[in-house]
Ligand binder design. Sequence first.
Ligand code: GTP
Ligand code: MG
Length: 206
Amino acid sequence: MKINTAEFIISNSDVSKCPLERLPEYAFIGRSNVGKSSLINMLTNHKNLAKTSGKPGKTQLINHFKINSNWFLVDLPGYGYARVSKKTKQVFQEFITDYFEKREQLVCAFVLIDIRLEAQKIDLEFIQYLGEAGIPFCIIFTKADKISKTKIDSNVAAYKKQLHANNWEEIPPYFITSATEVIGKDALLDYIEGINEMVYKDINSF
Ligand code: GTP
Ligand code: MG
């Protein structure tokens, strides 16, 4: 899929104030600093559409971006950022959970995982939560430019093993990406395009 237009629509912390339009929507979620906002910029060919930072905790709201006038990409705050206060963490947690539970337009969540790290408890718990809530999701491994191809393969294999150990019989679709080296862009956009086609074919059920 080619990206022709990408526009920022609205930021907020209240799911009821998210755009009312019934367009298929894809949300990026994951630990702070994993590269959610950077990946949105890479996919949409923008430098600063989504705000990024070297310091964790940059994205603090639910941000809607309308792509090609017919679908939404959503940038969410990261979870697991220790330096925000307990209270802030709780508020984040609440509106993120609210978003996942109430947003009917959400067709797929993308859980971003730093490819360099071994499986983290917080990510596995979030994946578990999505599974239990029946929310379709994929995994996006980020920052693939930081390690060798061999290491990428072994880390992905280890992650799959961990998911099997956590009773996931089927491994969800996954993508290997780098925002800086533009890796994984076409695969991800083609995947989204495929889902959009299904949604639009069966628009009455959406
Ligand atoms: P929060 O908004 O705090 O939750 O973080 P985020 O997940 O949106 O991360 P963000 O996109 O702001 O990126 C965090 C840092 O990682 C920045 O310094 C980025 O430049 C860097 N980064 C993101 N993606 C990549 C990547 O693919 N490769 C490399 N080398 N660095 C990356
Ligand atoms: Mg961000």
